[in-house]
Write a protein that binds this ligand. Structure first.
Ligand code: NAD
Ligand code: AHE
Ligand code: ZN
Length: 375
């Protein structure tokens, strides 16, 4: 079939709308009509050329929601008509990683996903006979896509696609980083670096976890009101507090009975390795944990004095918020439908596929929190 897609032909160039050929689902695969997709900073990271795994041409997008319209042979867990969220972190429940119960990072199809193809090693997308790569196993910047059955989560049918698509990455990543990875306890002090589409979800996760002090750090002052909207208690613009941001943040967390200071938990939601270091070093001596969420460019490395770790600070990373995708995503959709979490106000822009490059511009300029394309 022919589908409408925004194709990334080259790094650093705008996406181009094209009619692309999509072959039907093979064994274990499903064809999904994508109804809506968010645009995450990771799409921009790959489009910019900073992603060491970036492949071109490709159909980007990994934050979608849609309907199963066909199934390949052997598919048993979803059927035509089911509403689903595509999963860049699948959940096969059979691989060593899933069976370990120690990680959400299913490894069943990670190698082919990173190579931009389906698990059988081929792509379903082509244009004039030329292969177009899949992206993160999702490729939601097209009105139809093919995914492995283990890479879709079945969700309730009354959930609006144009909102719950965000659960396909940003919402789950931010809230999950707090609840699954850090396991923040009530009364905790936390610092969130980067108040974009991920950081604001970390903030709402911290509110859910009943954190006491939630400091947001962003170089864009417009983000102060955004952070406060979701539970941030203090805002710091790093360009306005002098040369030692870490000392400034540690001072903010001191109390009369604790003159050491430092946060119980910090979260990097910027992808900047200098910020990652600051986030670690702003943790409390002895127990503070810093969670790396941001994705850094090829070749970037993090550094700190080992002393920071010797004295009990912990550096952790998280992908998709540590969520076991097929199990947890339907529950997060329920949380949204029950009003336990907010999504609507974070979706600042909605547009047709034809305007998708504007979504990237809005993100780069810091004007949007999340843009969503509806098909
Ligand atoms: P975004 O562009 O919406 O937000 C980034 C925010 O960080 C902006 O508000 C920006 O002003 C702020 N910022 C940038 N540099 C800063 C600095 N030096 N100091 C303070 N603030 C700074 O991006 P997003 O969609 O929220 O994504 C954030 C990061 O998380 C990206 O690196 C993205 O690739 C990554 N990400 C990771 C996962 C995961 O599973 N680990 C999932 C989704 C996104
Ligand atoms: N290709 C990048 C890795 C990017 C990365 O870490 N991606 C996250 C999800 S970001 C979603 O917005 C992830 O899931 N990581 C686990 C994994 O297996 O990729 C690079 O740097 O090579
Ligand atoms: Zn993402």
């Amino acid at each position: 079939m022919d589908v409408r897609a925004a194709v990334a032909f080259q790094s650093g160039k705008p996406l181009e709308l094209a009619s692309v050929r999509l072959d039907g689902p093979r064994a274990g695969e499903v064809l999904v009509e994508v109804k809506a997709t968010g645009i995450c900073h990771t799409d921009e990271f790959t489009l910019s050329g900073a992603d060491p795994e970036g492949l071109f041409p490709a159909i980007l997008g990994h934050e979608g929601a849609g309907v199963v319209v066909d199934t390949g042979p052997g598919v048993t867990s979803v059927a035509k008509g089911d509403h689903v969220i595509p999963l860049y972190t699948p959940e096969c429940r059979q691989c060593p990683s899933c069976l370990s119960r120690k990680t959400n990072l299913c490894t069943a199809i990670r190698a082919t996903q990173g190579a931009g193809v389906m698990p059988d090693g081929t792509s379903r997308f082509s244009l004039d006979g030329r292969t177009i790569h899949h992206y993160m196993g999702c490729s939601t910047f097209a009105n139809f896509t093919v995914l492995p059955e283990i890479a879709v989560a079945k969700i309730r049918k009354d959930a609006p696609f144009d909102k719950v698509c965000y659960i396909g990455c940003g919402v789950t990543t931010g809230i999950g980083a707090v609840l699954n990875t850090a396991r923040v306890e009530p009364g905790a002090k936390a610092i969130v670096f980067g108040l974009g589409g991920i950081g604001l979800n970390v903030i709402q996760g911290l509110r859910l976890a009943s954190a006491d002090m939630i400091i947001g750090v962003d170089r864009n002052n417009d983000k102060k009101a955004w952070g406060e909207r979701f539970g941030m208690t203090h805002f710091v613009n790093p360009t306005e507090v002098g040369p030692d941001l870490v000392a400034h943040l540690v001072n903010m967390t001191k109390t009369p009975t604790d003159q050491i200071g430092g946060a119980d938990y910090t979260f990097d939601c910027t992808g900047n390795v200098t910020v990652m270091r600051q986030a670690l070093e702003a943790c409390h001596r002895g127990w503070g944990q810093s969670i790396v969420i941001g994705v850094a460019a090829a070749g970037a490395e993090i550094a700190t004095r080992p002393f920071q770790l010797v004295t009990g600070r912990v550096w952790k990373g998280t992908a998709f918020g540590g969520a076991r995708s097929r199990t947890d995503v339907p529950k997060i959709v329920d949380w949204y439908m029950e009003g336990k979490i907010e999504i609507d106000p974070m979706i600042t822009h909605v547009m047709p596929l034809a305007d998708i490059n504007q979504a990237f511009d809005l993100m780069r300029s810091g004007q949007s929190i999340r843009s969503v394309v509806t098909f």
